[in-house]
Design a protein around this ligand. Structure first.
Ligand SMILES: Cc1cc2nc3c(=O)[nH]c(=O)nc-3n(C[C@H](O)[C@H](O)[C@H](O)COP(=O)(O)O)c2cc1C
Length: 131
């Protein structure tokens, strides 16, 4: 199984409700047996995608072409023997959710991930929630 982690910046010229990304991703990823985690806020995306190698490569190729974000940087590409993310989830801080609570949510969603992957999510979220 292939696992990719990338980071990108939201394209201010093509703002989109995260809900739109969520709906299509849930549908496609369930079909393609892709699990993972998408962290999204108004400026940044950080996503882990894992599943059958071909399916993950195809999804990543579509995502790379998407004009809703830019400056995509692949942070890690690993072969994993078991899923580190059981489902496909999105971490998006809803209005009114405090920083500590949101960080705890992200820690729960990354609990089974490799330390480096967990650290990448936690590190970004810490800088974003305190920004
Ligand atoms: C930050 C971000 C994350 C995305 N994540 C996924 C994803 O996990 N799976 C997916 O199929 N599409 C994802 N998309 C959407 C794809 O770029 C693309 O629009 C979609 O896969 C096209 O699906 P369709 O061919 O079924 O219309 C994402 C887009 C953005 C901007």
């Amino acid at each position: 199984m292939l696992q990719l982690v990338y980071i990108s910046s939201a394209n201010p010229a093509a703002p989109c409700p995260t809900r739109d990304i969520l709906t299509i991703s849930r549908r496609n990823n369930a079909r393609d047996r892709i699990s993972g985690l998408l962290y999204a806020d108004s400026g940044r995306f950080l996503q882990a995608l894992e599943g059958p190698e071909d399916a993950v490569e195809l999804a990543y190729a579509r995502i790379q072409r998407d004009a809703r974000h830019r400056a995509i940087v692949l942070l890690s590409r690993r072969i994993v023997d078991r899923r580190e993310f059981g489902h496909w989830e999105m971490a998006h801080r809803a209005p009114g959710v405090d920083a500590v609570e949101f960080l705890a949510d992200v820690q729960r969603l990354t609990a089974d991930a490799a330390p480096a992957v967990r650290g990448t999510f936690e590190g970004l979220v810490r800088t974003r929630v305190s920004a």
